[in-house]
Design a protein around this ligand. Structure first.
Ligand SMILES: NC(=O)c1ccc[n+]([C@@H]2O[C@H](COP(=O)([O-])OP(=O)(O)OC[C@H]3O[C@@H](n4cnc5c(N)ncnc54)[C@H](O)[C@@H]3O)[C@@H](O)[C@H]2O)c1
Length: 338
């Protein structure tokens, strides 16, 4: 499949390197509103066509799929336009910055039948998949509590480096969204109510640098989300799920706990299951690189096989909905119903 990248900033390099690893896929065009960025990017990756207006890129019949790597509040406009131009889409996280704009992406996908892959690369972590399976198969019994610890460190220079980082969602939509998607995906059930806190405590920015949410799931399970970008020197993001029959948990570095009240009927530890033991050859940030390649390849396969990609927009919107719920509850000072 012939891919193009819109937005030649930080994450675009991950997409270009992912495409380099995929022998059946090519990067045929790139676009940035800043010509010097688009030109330098094209030179670095040997991209034959360069555009400075994404609409011109979408008119190019050679382009079959686009990776939307622009600031988060442009994902909707660009993904919708790309699908209406007959392109398949890879939409970076977060899907959008409001529920309404994220819903517009779902509507356009339904209308056009175009395939769209949303990026939440951590769903590919073997530990996360093992926990999801343990919850879904009832190995933990009734789930009572789930925790997501999303403690990042971003200094003031990070916020000063790009204007959009101060207006298009803060700790939750930019960093925490990965873990918020992951915990909701692992729990696999709808959210009922949200009680949130969000504040700007230390950085000079228009967005929150610290947030917390208590989500009640439809089953009654409670999900606690702790999220900040002020936690020096940054911590591995961690997840724990507590059920009546046991506790499972992991962080970016691996499994932390896999304990069941009845060891005889416990599912095997993920490292003992071939499906989960195969670790991607990863280095510092396991969520960069290989997992993007996997999701880009999956989009190409989904187009060829006429099936839904691994992370369709109707799933990716759940994190946007939860975050907007936390934000709304924080503003109102009361829990909000979903
Ligand atoms: N999956 C991940 O782990 C991951 C990591 C980093 C960023 N992201 C997401 O990727 C997106 C981009 O983040 P980034 O860190 O690369 O930002 P960035 O600021 O480094 O890059 C964005 C680029 O988009 C360009 N741009 C802005 N408006 C444009 C327009 N109208 N047309 C074409 N180009 C335009 C900018 O000039 C810039 O080069 C964000 O939504 C972010 O949340 C995801």
């Amino acid at each position: 499949m012939r891919f193009a990248i819109i937005g030649c900033g930080v994450v675009a390099h991950t997409h270009a390197m992912a495409l380099e690893r995929l022998p059946e896929q090519t990067l045929c065009a790139c676009c940035d509103i800043l010509p010097e960025k688009a030109d330098a990017f094209a030179k670095k990756y040997g991209v034959p066509k360069v555009y400075y207006d994404y609409r011109r890129l979408l008119d190019d019949p050679e382009v079959e799929a686009v990776c939307v790597c622009t600031p988060s509040d442009l994902h909707g406009e660009m993904s919708v336009a790309a699908m209406r131009s007959g392109k398949a889409v890879v939409c970076e996280k977060p899907m959008e910055v409001t529920v309404e704009k994220a819903q517009a992406i779902i509507d356009a996908a339904d209308e056009t039948g175009a395939k769209i892959q949303c990026i939440f690369q951590r769903r590919l972590l073997p530990t996360a998949r093992a926990v999801k399976k343990a919850v879904a198969e009832g190995a933990l019994g009734r789930i009572c509590l789930a925790e997501a610890d999303l403690k990042y460190y971003r200094d003031q220079a990070y916020y000063d480096s790009a204007g959009w980082r101060n207006v298009c969602g803060g700790a939750m939509l930019n960093q925490g969204v990965h873990g918020i998607d992951l915990i909701l995906w692992m729990l696999g059930e709808p959210v009922k109510t949200v009680f949130g806190f969000a504040g700007t405590l230390a950085r000079k920015t228009g967005v929150e640098d610290t947030a917390a949410g208590i989500l009640t799931m439809e089953s009654g399970a409670v999900c606690v989300i702790k999220n900040t970008t002020l936690a020096y020197p940054e911590f591995p993001t961690g997840f724990t799920v507590y059920g009546e029959k046991g506790t499972v948990g992991f962080d970016d570095l691996g499994l932390n706990i896999w304990e069941f009240t009845d060891p005889a009927s416990a599912p095997p530890r993920p490292e003992d299951v071939p499906e989960f033991s195969q670790k991607a050859p990863i280095s510092l940030k396991p969520y960069y690189g290989n997992m993007h390649a996997y999701l880009l390849q999956d989009l190409a396969d989904a187009v060829r096989e006429d099936r839904e990609p691994l992370i369709p927009p109707r799933e990716a919107i759940r994190a946007v909905r939860a975050i907007c719920g936390i934000d709304r509850s924080a503003r109102l000072g009361v829990p909000v119903e979903f």
